[in-house]
Design a protein around this ligand. Structure first.
Ligand SMILES: [Mn+2]
Length: 362
């Protein structure tokens, strides 16, 4: 039998910022009374499978353990140069951020993230550390934010994540790059990898919110088989195959580090494992790509590399105003500051190649 709001007494070993959770009944109190009129706005990491799954699982958890009758609205957030949040968008009765950076806005009532670069400023980090709400959670040791939400909601709020197990498992595989090899990551045959391709290359603002409403409730194969979704796949597969050929021409590997510049092509949302599929023995990859709103420097590492030493890529990206995880990060520059982006990419390539040479010699 679960307690009403599942306030568990289990040790909070996984939470780096442990607090007293005994006050969680205030959540129930603050939501007591009223039905149907509460609007929950969920801000999620846009164009990201884990971001969409996080929003979906948060929704299911909220409906089952916090408030059954609530209206959900979804708003994607992307890393860009300049302000990431627009305070005026936080219009829900509750506003949740999942799989994305922390906001100290008092209008944000829920937060779940697992990115190493979760705080824009030291002030944001200390704001979070002093946070007393018991509805904001951070743990960079989780591979996916979806699983982080599953575990936290189960331990803290008595949520049962098992009906969404397939989605949670795939969020782990995709965000944690747990494929068997680059071939498996690039072939795009499993429904979750097809959904990832759809999500990462999406330009239709209504598409991901529509998907989020299904993700935590239906088998992934059933979602992919819907005509409105299945119909989008052939053109995307063709684009994916073309992107592999462009990358094959552009990507060069030297001293364990791949570099490619595809800013003259529309490749926003390319499969980030293609560089390692083409150069399986390389450790790092640095790519330059362009879209309407940013020039992006992507800094990644080969999940199947056997190198004994790896640079922390989030730390490198943070030096240039970007961030991410230890094994994969990125920096976004405004579209008109392409030269700066190129300069940063070249410096990072040089740094990673030097590091690789230094550690290979040992
Ligand atoms: Mn994530």
């Amino acid at each position: 039998m679960q307690p009403p709001l599942g306030i568990s007494n289990r040790p909070a070993a996984v939470f780096h910022f442990q607090r007293c959770y005994g006050a969680s009944s205030s959540i129930l109190n603050s939501f007591a009374g009223g039905k149907g009129s509460v609007r929950i706005k969920v801000f999620y990491h846009d164009k990201c499978f884990d971001g969409a799954c996080s929003a979906a699982l948060f929704t299911r958890f909220y409906r089952e353990r916090i408030r059954e009758h609530a209206q959900f609205e979804y708003h994607g957030l992307v890393h860009r140069a300049g302000a990431l949040f627009n305070e005026a968008d936080f219009t829900g009765d509750e506003n949740a951020i999942v799989d994305f950076k922390y906001s100290s806005s008092p209008r944000i009532t829920w937060w779940f993230d697992h990115h190493q670069s979760a705080f824009l400023t030291p002030e944001d980090a200390s704001h979070f550390e002093q946070e007393q709400s018991n509805t904001k959670f951070y743990d960079p040791d989780f591979r996916s934010c979806t699983r982080f939400i599953a575990v936290t909601a189960e331990q803290r709020f008595g949520f049962d994540p098992r009906p969404a197990a397939e989605m949670i498992e795939w969020a782990e595989i995709i965000d944690g790059a747990l494929y068997d090899g680059p071939q498996a990551a690039v072939e795009v045959t499993a429904p979750a990898t097809q959904l990832t391709m759809l999500i990462e290359s999406n330009q239709d603002p209504a598409f991901i919110p529509g998907l989020i409403s299904k993700l935590a409730y239906q088998p992934l194969q059933q979602i992919v088989d819907e005509p409105a979704i299945a119909g989008r796949l052939p053109a995307l597969m063709e684009r994916h195959r073309r992107s592999i050929e462009i990358m094959r021409e552009r990507a060069t590997c030297q001293d364990g580090t791949i570099f490619f510049d595809v800013t003259d092509h529309d490749l926003e949302g390319y499969n980030k494992f293609v560089p390692y599929y083409l150069h399986p023995h390389c450790t790092y990859s640095v790519g330059l790509s362009k879209s309407s709103f940013r020039t992006k420097v992507s800094v990644g590492s080969n999940p199947w590399a056997t190198a004994s030493y790896m640079e922390n890529l989030a730390k490198i990206c943070e030096r240039y105003g970007g961030g991410g995880h230890a094994r994969v990060g990125a920096i976004s520059f405004p579209p008109d500051r392409f030269e700066e982006a190129r300069q940063a990419a070249q410096e990072i390539v040089a740094e990673l190649r030097a590091s690789y040479r230094a550690h290979e010699r040992e």
